[in-house]
Ligand binder design. Structure first.
Ligand code: AMP
Length: 216
């Protein structure tokens, strides 16, 4: 046991993947494995909508159309849970960042807190498999086939550019997400453990992680 603050060694993991890629399932497994918080922006938004809060009323139409909620609203909503988790071991963020602008804002905040680099995990799944999964688990107004296809288009246009951002600035772990759940989990955990062991992983600053770019 040590008296040292947990913050500088907090694990800060981000899940990047299209709707249906398995971010929620894998984020929950990572959170359990490392004993860190699982923070899902889409779940928080859906809870606001179900509870009829002011945020919920503002975002309902946008979420139901499969569009992205404004960055400022997402940043405000996530600030408290992310700060709290940073002080208690870290977090795996699922659904954020969704745009390069959100990633840049998160990077600036992390840098100014000195809490170390983030590790992004990208789950790659072919489009037809995404659609098959999303139709199978259809859960509400944002789940018709047209809206599903629109959400995937929004991902390709707004979120995929994040991969370029992360591969040049921070650690990016690439994973083939089209395999059975347990295999994907194992692959992510092995790569995360390897990345977290590196001496520099917990210090601020940008770095390349070319070794992690091969799809595992
Ligand atoms: P998800 O459950 O992550 O697929 O998110 C469901 C919906 O919530 C998305 O289609 C967006 O409308 C909204 N949303 C979730 N996270 C974000 C984010 N980081 N930025 C903007 N909109 C978001």
């Amino acid at each position: 046991m040590t008296m040292q603050s947990a913050a500088p060694r907090a694990k800060r993991i981000l899940m990047v993947g299209a709707p249906g890629a398995g971010k929620g399932t894998q984020a929950a497994a990572i959170a359990k494995q490392f004993g860190i918080a699982h923070i899902a922006s889409g779940d928080l938004l859906r809870r606001h909508i179900a509870d009829g809060t002011a945020i919920g009323k503002t975002v309902e139409g946008v979420v139901n159309k499969g569009e992205l909620v404004p960055d400022a609203l997402i940043m405000d909503m996530l600030r408290k849970p992310v700060m709290a988790a940073s002080e208690t071991g870290g977090y795996v963020l699922d659904g954020f960042p969704r745009t390069v602008e959100q990633a840049e804002a998160a990077y600036r905040t992390a840098g100014s807190l000195g809490v170390g680099v983030q590790i992004a995990v990208h789950l790659e799944v072919p489009e037809e498999e995404l659609i098959r999964r999303l139709l199978a688990r259809a859960r509400g107004a944002d789940d018709t086939e047209d809206i599903i296809r629109h959400r995937i288009k929004v991902y390709e246009e707004k979120t995929r550019p994040l991969l370029e951002y992360y591969s040049s600035r921070e650690l990016l772990i690439q994973v083939n997400g089209a395999r059975p759940v347990a295999e994907v989990t194992w692959s992510i955990i092995v790569q995360l453990q390897r990345a977290l062991k590196r001496p520099n992983t917990h210090t601020s600053g940008a770095r390349q992680a070319t070794a992690d770019k091969a799809v595992a």
